[in-house]
Design a protein around this ligand. Structure first.
Ligand code: MEV
Length: 316
């Protein structure tokens, strides 16, 4: 393999799950959309195929990143490129940083190996990396990042490399969320593992709850496509109640959910793995004043539009 001749640069978007996290692992649908921030990967010609891990990562994260990188690099013939990562997202906050990292890295590796970084090829390679990060992920995170659209996603048991089916959800109205960080976050592996134990012990009870979430997701997809933000928000609120029933919420997350609702959110819930802390989303028709207010109060937060028409001058 010849070394990459020019510097390469690629982006992997972070994500939020609008509804359906956790139950998506068990084959129920979820809705997820890309953030405008994520991870940038740069590739420089090098003597070997090597990853320069971000300084902000802790020792365990660095170990995992190197392992995931080696797995993906091997699959594309270890092109001679040094990949440097620049996360724009907080790592391990439930905002898909590992998927964004996997997608950005995969795009650089594919280009360095002389292959086109199509959404499909990128998703396939990123999936290999995601399995190192999360064990048995549903595939919703890296699919959202690779597709960069609001999608209705369902995991499928299929030939190697295909993890799920995604359909774009278009909305006639802007679907915008405020993302706020609350508490110290639990690792995804931990919350997913603990839920799996409860589910294995009381399968019928958990199947009923997952089924309820699945129905809400179907309702919410219809609401998105109809531009019914009130209906979408209500589905998000009920989803939060079910996530709590599944044992995945905490006082820090619940406090932020109620804070966003008190600021006028049409719906609010945690997004991602949940646990002791992490990211909470609120659906707002006008998110910017809410971000300004929360920032003044010392909350780490930002706004992101996931679908729908954009105001002129907005970054797509
Ligand atoms: C993590 O962002 C989402 C989970 O549903 C896990 C997964 O889908 O692999 C908690």
């Amino acid at each position: 393999m010849t070394p990459a001749k020019n510097p390469l640069v690629a982006f992997g978007a972070g994500k939020v799950i609008l509804l359906g996290e956790h139950s998506v692992v068990y084959g129920y649908p979820a809705i997820a959309g890309p953030l405008t921030i994520g991870v940038v990967a740069r590739g420089m010609p090098s003597r070997s195929c090597v990853l320069d891990v971000p300084v902000t990562a802790d020792a365990a994260q660095k170990r995992m990143m190197r392992k995931a990188f080696a797995r993906a690099a091997k699959l594309v013939g270890e092109p001679k490129v040094k990949v440097t990562l620049e996360p724009q997202l907080p790592l391990s906050a439930g905002l898909g940083s590992s998927a964004a990292l996997a997608v950005a890295t995969s795009r650089v590796l594919l280009q360095a190996a002389g292959q086109a970084p199509t959404a499909k090829a990128t998703a396939r390679l990123a999936w290999e990396m995601e399995q190192e990060f999360h064990g048995t992920p549903s595939g919703v995170d890296h699919t959202t990042s690779a597709e960069e659209k609001l999608i209705l996603y369902r995991r499928v048991q299929a030939p190697a490399g295909v993890t799920g089916r995604a359909r774009e959800l278009k909305s006639p109205r802007p679907v915008s969320v405020v993302v706020a960080l609350a508490g110290a976050r639990s690792p995804t592996k931990l919350t997913v593992g603990a839920l799996r134990e409860r589910q294995a012990r009381w399968p019928e009870r958990y199947k009923r709850l997952f089924g309820q979430v699945g129905r809400l997701v179907t309702d919410a997809a219809k609401a998105v496509e109809a531009g019914d933000l009130e209906g979408l928000g209500d589905a998000m609120n009920v989803n939060q109640g079910l996530l709590n029933a599944l044992g995945l919420s905490s006082p820090a997350l619940e406090d932020m959910v109620f804070r966003l609702r008190s600021l006028g959110a049409l719906g609010a819930k945690f997004t991602g793995a949940g646990g002791d802390g992490g990211a909470v989303i609120g659906l707002f028709s006008e998110p910017e004043p809410v971000v300004a207010r929360l920032t003044r109060d010392g909350v780490r937060c930002f706004a992101s539009q996931l679908a729908g028409p954009r105001a002129q001058g907005d970054i797509p």
